[in-house]
Design a protein around this ligand. Structure first.
Ligand code: CDP
Length: 800
C-alpha cells in the first residue's frame, strides 16, 4: 500500500512566509528523483576517456618510463608523460598557496598515489587496462612519514626540485605577543600543558573529482565541466597556466555531490584532461575512483599541537600559548588566504576573555599527498577550536572544577562586543553565556551530572557489574569566523575575496539571480531566492538562482569556509535593495506622485494614506520595461549588479553538549545524546540550517570516533578505501537535539552569519571531552575507535 507522505504544515504555501522561513528545497525535486546532473553525467559526442598511472612508492626516483606497449593498445589514443609536459611547459603548476606541484612526475615521486603517466582511450576500461602496460623503473628512496622527524638533520630532502632547498621546512609563522604571554605564564598560579594531534582526515565528498575538457579547434574555446567549488578562480588559474585568455575558457560546475574543501584546489587530472583534449582533438573525460580520491586529493588537519594554558587557582584563564607542527604533505597545497599561511588558526583564543596569547606554527613537507585544506571549516578554525576546547577541559580536570562552570566564568560577555581578540580578530557580535545556558537547559545538565555521580558511586560498590557503561559528559563552546573576507586582508593567489551577484527582474515579475558562489548541496537555489524575496517580496519560487558557470555568472572566489551567505548572500541582499529603491522611483512615476509619498509593504510600494493606490514589484517590473516616461537619469529595466567586499568576517558561535556511554570491556563508544545550540544570526531557512547542523554534527562525530588517514613507516596510505577510512552513518548518530539563539551580525546587510561548517568545527571537542570524561583521563588523542579507547582505558599509548 502506498502511504501519503506526512505534511509538515509549516512548509505548506500558507504557512510559508515570503522571504525567510521554512521552505522545502527547490533543488530536492531533482536530487530525490535521481535527476541531478553531475560531471560524470556529461557525455559529449566523440568523447574519449582517460586514466592516471599513480606511484606505488611514497618517495622514489624515476629512472625510466616505457609507454610503448600502452601506445600499441588498439583503443588507446594517447599516452602522456611528464617529459612530454615539460616540452609544453606544463609539467608543473602553481598550488593555491604559491608552491608548485607536478602535473605528472618527472624527476621523483613524492607521495604514494602521485600522478606519473596519463592514458586517453576510447573507453574507460581500455584506459585503465593500458595503465598496466606502462613500465616504470623506480629507485625507491627513504620516506619522511612522521612530521616530527621531517626536520631531522639526516631527513631526506623531499623538494629537491626547489632551488637551494636544504631541509623540509615550509615556513615558521607566529601570531600574538610572545613576550607578554611569557610574562603571564611565568607569574601564573596554575599552568597546564598538553600535546595533542588533530589527525589527518579526508573530506570524502559523495562524488569524487573529475572533469570533461573540450577544446573547440574552430573557435579556440575550451569548455571545462569540472568538480569545483570555485569556478571563477579555477578559470583564472587555467588562463595563467595554459596562456589562454579567460573569455576563451568556460568553467561549468554542475551538481558536484559535495565538496567540503576537497574541490577547492586544482588537481593534475583536471589539467591532464585539457592536455588530452588538445592532443586528441576530442572531448576527454577524467573521473577518479574512490581510492584515488582518498589517496591523492587534498587532506585536512594533520596538526601536532602543544598547548599551555595559564590560570588562577579559582579558574580565571590568563593566557594560552601554542606551538604547532603542521604536516602539509609533499607540496604546499593548502587553500588559505595569502597573508595567513596557517589559515585562521590564530583565532585559537576561542570564546574566552583573557589577555595573553601566542602561537607559532612550523609547517613541513612529508611524503604524503598535499594537505591542509579547509575541510568543512574556515581555514584551520577547526584545529583552533579543538585546541582551546581541549585545553580548557584539561584545566577543569586539573582544577577539579566543573567544565561548564569554568567556561561560564571565562566566556566573553555580551557587552564586550565588538571584541578585539589578543591575536587581532574583531568578533562582530555574540551573547555566549545565553547560548551555554540554553544548551545546559536542553541537556538537563545538573541531572546528567547527578546521574553520572550516582553511577560512579555504584560502580565502586562490591559486586558491581564490570560491564556497566562508563558515562561521560563533554562540552564545547566555539566561535567561528566565516565569510572571508575583506579584500585588503584576504586573497588567494592574488585574487581578492570579494564576490559578485547580478539580479534581473524580468517584465513579468519573474527574476533571475546570478551568483559567483557555487552550491555543493547546501541549498543555495532556495536560500538565495529567499534572501531576494525577503527584500523585494517576490515569491522565492519566482526567483531562479544561476551558479556554477563562468560564462553566465559574475566573478567571485566561490564557496568554502561558509562564506557564501556572509559574502554572496550580502551581495544578493544589496542587489535586491537597489532594485527596491529603483522600483520606488518607477512606482512614483507610474502613480504620478513623489518618491517620498510612497511606503513599502512586503512586495509593494503604495501611496501613504491610500493603500489601494500601489504597485507590486511585478507591476513595477513591467512598467520598467514599458513605454512609461521615467524621471531624468533613471534607466529602464529592473536589474542590479553588485560586488560585495565584506567589511569583516561574521562570527557564528555555539554551545554543544555530548553524552556518551563507553563499554569498559570493548571500548565501544555510544553517543547517547548530543545537544547543539547554534547562533548564526537570523536563519534564512531554519530547515536548511538544521540540515547543515545535522550533517556537520555527523561529520564531527566521525572525526572524533573513527576517521583517520594513517600511513605505515614506508609511507603506504592505510586509509585508501571506505573499508579502512570509516565514515559515520545514521547507526552511530543519536537523534540530534538542536536549540538556537539569534544574535544578528551588525555589519551584514540582513544580519546573517554563515553556518555551513559550525557543527563540524564545534562537535569533535564535545565528543572527545565526553569520552575522556567517561574514561576519567585528562587527555588521549582521537579518533576513539573501540581499539583506541580500550587502549586508553588500560593506560596504554594510543596508536591509530
Ligand atoms: O558557503 P556555504 O553555503 O557552505 O555555507 P553558508 O553560507 O553558511 O550556508 C549554508 C546554507 O545555510 C545556505 O543554504 C545558507 O543560505 C543557509 N543559511 C541560512 O539559511 N541562514 C543562515 N543564517 C546561514 C546560512
Amino acid at each position: 500500500a502506498t502511504q501519503t507522505p506526512t505534511q509538515d504544515t509549516s512548509l505548506s504555501p500558507e504557512g510559508n512566509p515570503l522571504g525567510f522561513g521554512r521552505m522545502l528545497r527547490k533543488e530536492d525535486a531533482r536530487f530525490v528523483r535521481g535527476q541531478g546532473h553531475y560531471v560524470d553525467d556529461v557525455n559529449l559526442p566523440g568523447m574519449l576517456h582517460s586514466a592516471i598511472l599513480r606511484s606505488p612508492y611514497a618517495h622514489a626516483r624515476i629512472v625510466s618510463i616505457d609507454t610503448s606497449a600502452a601506445e600499441a593498445h588498439p583503443k588507446v589514443k594517447a599516452v602522456i608523460t611528464g617529459k612530454m609536459l615539460e616540452d609544453l611547459k606544463l609539467a608543473w603548476m602553481p598550488t593555491l598557496s604559491g608552491d608548485v606541484v607536478a602535473v605528472l612526475a618527472t624527476d621523483k615521486v613524492r607521495f604514494q598515489g602521485q600522478e606519473v603517466a596519463y592514458v586517453v582511450a576510447e573507453d574507460e576500461y581500455s584506459a585503465r587496462d593500458a595503465l598496466e602496460l606502462i613500465e616504470v623503473d623506480y629507485e625507491p628512496l627513504p620516506a619522511v612519514v612522521d612530521a616530527k622527524h621531517a626536520l631531522d638533520p639526516d631527513a631526506p630532502i623531499i623538494r629537491d626540485d626547489l632551488e637551494g632547498r636544504a631541509d623540509n621546512k615550509i615556513y615558521d609563522w607566529e601570531a600574538g605577543d610572545a613576550a607578554a604571554c611569557d610574562e603571564v605564564f611565568s607569574n601564573a598560579e596554575v599552568v597546564v600543558s598538553e600535546d595533542m594531534i588533530y589527525p589527518r582526515v579526508h573530506p570524502a565528498p559523495m562524488e569524487t573529482c573529475g572533469s570533461v575538457a573540450s577544446l573547440d579547434k574552430v573557435t579556440g574555446k575550451l569548455t571545462m565541466w569540472t568538480t569545483t567549488q570555485a569556478p571563477h578562480a579555477h578559470r583564472t588559474i587555467y588562463a595563467l597556466v595554459a596562456g589562454l585568455p579567460e573569455q576563451k575558457i568556460q568553467v561549468i560546475s554542475p551538481d558536484i555531490g559535495g565538496g567540503f574543501g576537497n574541490k577547492v584546489g586544482i588537481y593534475p587530472g583536471y589539467v591532464l584532461s585539457i592536455v588530452g583534449s588538445i592532443v586528441t582533438g576530442a572531448p576527454v573525460k577524467w573521473m577518479e575512483d574512490r581510492s584515488e580520491n582518498l589517496m591523492s586529493t587534498s587532506f585536512a588537519r594533520d596538526y601536532h599541537m602543544h598547548g599551555e594554558i595559564a590560570a588562577t587557582k579559582e579558574g580565571k584563564i590568563l593566557g594560552l600559548r601554542v606551538h604547532v607542527l603542521a604536516d602539509h604533505g609533499a607540496f604546499n597545497g593548502v587553500a588559505q588566504p595569502t597573508k595567513f599561511p596557517a589559515g585562521f588558526f590564530h583565532i585559537f583564543t576561542g570564546s574566552y576573555d583573557y589577555p595573553a596569547a601566542h602561537c607559532k606554527v612550523t609547517a613541513v613537507y612529508t611524503n604524503k599527498a598535499l594537505g591542509g585544506v579547509a575541510y568543512a571549516c574556515s581555514f584551520r578554525i577547526t584545529e583552533a577550536v579543538y585546541l582551546v576546547e581541549r585545553m580548557v577541559t584539561c584545566l577543569a580536570y586539573e582544577l577539579q572544577m566543573d567544565p561548564a562552570e569554568l567556561r561560564m566564568k571565562n566566556l566573553l560577555r555580551p557587552e564586550q562586543f565588538p571584541y578585539m581578540s589578543p591575536t587581532g580578530w574583531e568578533y562582530d557580535s555574540g551573547d555566549y553565556p545565553r547560548a551555554l545556558k540554553e544548551a545546559m537547559r536542553i541537556a538537563g545538565y545538573e541531572d546528567l551530572r547527578a546521574e553520572q555521580a550516582a553511577r560512579r558511586a555504584r560502580a565502586t560498590e562490591p559486586g558491581a557489574d564490570p560491564s556497566t557503561p562508563l558515562m561521560g559528559i563533554g562540552l564545547s563552546f566555539f566561535t567561528e569566523g566565516v565569510g572571508a573576507g575583506p579584500r585588503k586582508h584576504m586573497d588567494i593567489l592574488g585574487l581578492g575575496m570579494a564576490d559578485g551577484c547580478e539580479l534581473r527582474v524580468h517584465p513579468t515579475g519573474k527574476a533571475q539571480l546570478r551568483l559567483s558562489v557555487q552550491t555543493q548541496g547546501q541549498g543555495h537555489e532556495t536560500t538565495f531566492a529567499q534572501i531576494v524575496s525577503h527584500v523585494i517580496g517576490l515569491p522565492p519560487e519566482d526567483i531562479e538562482v544561476v551558479h556554477g558557470d563562468t560564462d553566465n555568472t559574475p566573478f567571485g572566489l566561490g564557496t568554502y569556509g561558509s562564506r557564501s551567505t556572509p559574502v554572496s548572500g550580502a551581495a544578493a541582499a544589496v542587489a535586491a535593495q537597489r532594485i527596491k529603491d529603483k522600483a520606488r522611483v518607477i512606482a512614483a512615476a507610474a502613480l504620478e506622485c513623489s518618491v517620498e509619498d510612497l511606503e513599502w509593504e512586503h512586495g509593494r510600494w503604495y501611496v501613504k494614506g491610500d493603500p489601494s493606490q500601489g504597485k507590486t514589484i511585478a507591476e513595477i517590473a513591467m512598467a520598467a520595461h514599458s513605454s512609461l516616461e521615467l524621471p531624468e537619469g533613471v534607466e529602464g529595466h529592473l536589474d542590479a549588479s553588485v560586488v560585495y567586499n565584506p567589511p569583516n568576517l561574521t562570527y557564528p558561535f555555539g554551545a554543544y553538549i555530548c553524552v556518551v556511554d563507553v563499554d569498559p570491556q570493548t571500548g565501544a563508544v555510544k553517543v547517547r545524546r548530543f545537544i547543539a545550540v547554534d547562533d548564526c544570526g537570523p536563519r534564512i531557512n531554519p530547515m536548511i540550517v538544521e540540515g547543515q547542523v545535522h550533517g556537520g554534527l555527523a561529520d564531527g562525530l566521525g572525526m572524533a570516533l573513527m576517521e583517520v588517514i594513517a600511513f605505515d613507516p614506508d609511507g603506504n596510505n592505510l586509509g585508501g578505501s571506505f573499508m579502512d577510512y570509516l565514515l559515520p552513518t545514521s547507526m552511530e548518530c543519536p537523534s540530534w537535539e538542536l536549540g538556537e539563539t539569534v544574535t544578528p551580525s551588525p555589519h551584514h546587510p540582513i544580519g546573517v552569519k554563515g553556518v555551513g561548517e559550525s557543527a563540524t568545527v564545534g562537535s569533535p571537542p564535545a565528543v572527545v571531552n565526553a569520552v575522556l570524561d567517561a574514561l576519567q583521563i585528562r587527555h588521549a588523542d582521537m579518533p576513539f575507535t573501540p581499539a583506541m579507547t580500550w587502549r586508553a582505558l588500560q593506560g596504554r599509548p594510543m596508536r591509530p
